[in-house]
Design a protein around this ligand. Structure first.
Ligand code: SF4
Ligand code: SF4
Length: 111
């Protein structure tokens, strides 16, 4: 089993989760992170660090399409060990729903 990142991360990307991961699972897109489910050792350390509660088990009922989504973008985006810049308007997007439809960017992060 693994943990995965879901829609709540889009445009929030606080990155509190990154340094809690002992095996560098997180990969960075332009406006969200994903977890490589093949690398995740299921430790759960990142879960309480996320202020948007975006990280869930891949077996959770609401996981749905997000396991394949995390697997896909983990293969396309760079792995990160350290948090980078937090979007200035991250707080404004915490409780916004439907972000995948009109706010998600498939581009990798550029640091
Ligand atoms: S802490 Fe949560 S919102 Fe922030 S980058 Fe990690 S998964 Fe995304
Ligand atoms: S559950 Fe553990 S191994 Fe998996 S992404 Fe979170 S911190 Fe990393």
């Amino acid at each position: 089993m693994a943990f995965i990142v879901t829609e709540a991360c889009i445009r929030c990307k606080f990155q509190d989760c990154v340094q809690s991961c002992p095996v560098t699972c997180f990969h960075e897109g332009a406006n969200m992170l994903v977890i490589d489910p093949e690398a995740c050792i299921d430790c759960g350390a990142c879960v309480p660090e996320c202020p948007t509660e975006a990280i869930i088990r891949d077996t959770a009922p609401e996981a749905g399409k997000w396991l394949a989504f995390n697997r896909k973008y983990a293969a396309l985006w760079p792995a990160i060990r350290e948090p980078g810049d937090i979007p200035e308007d991250a707080d404004d997007w915490i409780d916004v729903e439907g972000k995948l439809a009109d706010q998600f960017s498939p581009e990798p992060a550029s640091r």
